[in-house]
Ligand binder design. Structure first.
Ligand code: ARG
Length: 300
């Protein structure tokens, strides 16, 4: 089984800012020049992921669904199981059947194994509000502005994993992935100003001081916490020098991509991707019985 990281992205051909469902979005400020820059930014992000060893597949664009470019919000995925999202805002609900069809096709190809339905009456916006921490083997779950608190227990049950609920306190940082990013090696990059006092106490109780990397207002507003991490590489929007220094001192290598048009919609690198290959137990730790069938036959 190949262990290359596998990401979905979406063709940005129909991306724009034409409605406002978070405070970053200003439809009046959107110009055709932004559309051209969005195509370049999306291509650069894809190239950065591929350069870091990842495989990327692209979902086709659909007119009238500009935020389809943020597939992190499509589902929570772990161990081949997919829990498709239910969006809070009507503006994004049209994405649900599109993403569902994508997951059905991935299932037919054997790339995911199962789709699970979120119970009625709950909202949940996918990997934007349920971030797998491979080091601690748990989901950090954001709730409040978009995802329902009740969805946290559904995630725990569906994936059979520990969850830690974190309530988000602001409209600016409305998904957990805008303000919280676990890194390989155990450090966590996060923006304290996004959380309720209780959530902040939870973070600080679970993560020792030497593993906390705090982002400033400026670094968080540059959408740099919304990063993709692969090993020691962190792929993010253009970073203030202060954050570059912090991450380099902690042993990480940065790839910066100009994602300004997407920041005008309230998103950047992490939410422009959805990772499909995550396993709760790393492949190296699996017992020998999971070796490919051909190997077992050879011994018979
Ligand atoms: N305009 C989109 C929205 O408000 C941006 C989503 C960004 N996604 C994320 N996971 N932060 O829903």
């Amino acid at each position: 089984m190949n262990s290359r990281p596998f990401f979905l992205m979406t063709d940005p051909a129909c991306f724009d800012v034409s409605y406002r469902i978070n405070p970053w979005m200003d439809p009046k400020g959107w110009t055709p020049a932004h559309a051209a820059a969005a195509r370049a930014g999306s291509a650069a992000l894809r190239a950065a992921l591929e350069a870091a060893g990842a495989h990327v597949e692209t979902i086709g664009a659909i007119r009238g669904l500009p935020d389809l470019v943020f597939p992190a919000n499509a589902a929570v995925v772990l161990d081949g199981k997919v829990l498709p999202a239910r969006f809070r805002h009507p503006e994004r609900q049209g994405e649900e059947p599109i993403f569902r069809a994508v997951f059905q096709r991935l299932k037919a190809r054997g790339l995911v194994s199962e789709l699970v339905d979120l119970p009625e009456g709950l909202f949940h916006e996918g990997a934007g509000d349920a971030i797998w921490d491979a080091d601690r083997r748990l989901f950090w779950c954001g709730h409040g502005p978009r995802s329902s608190k009740g969805a946290v227990a559904v995630i725990a049950r569906t994936f059979g994993q520990e969850t830690v609920a974190l309530e988000l306190a602001t409209d600016q940082f409305y998904h957990l992935d805008t303000c919280f990013c676990p890194l390989a090696g155990g450090q966590v990059l996060y923006f304290p100003g996004a959380f309720t006092p209780e959530a902040l106490a939870t973070i600080r109780a679970q993560i020792p001081p030497h593993q906390r990397i705090e982002a400033t207002d400026e670094e968080a507003a540059a959408f740099c916490v919304n990063a993709v991490n692969l090993g020691d590489r962190v792929i993010m929007a253009r970073a203030p020098e202060s954050l570059r220094r912090k991450l380099q001192a902690a042993g990480y290598a940065l790839t910066e991509v100009d994602l300004d048009p997407f920041i005008l919609s309230g998103g950047a690198s992490y939410c422009m991707t959805l990772r499909l290959d995550r396993r709760s137990v790393p492949a190296a730790a699996l017992p020998a019985t999971t070796l490919p069938a051909t190997t077992l036959h050879a011994a018979e």
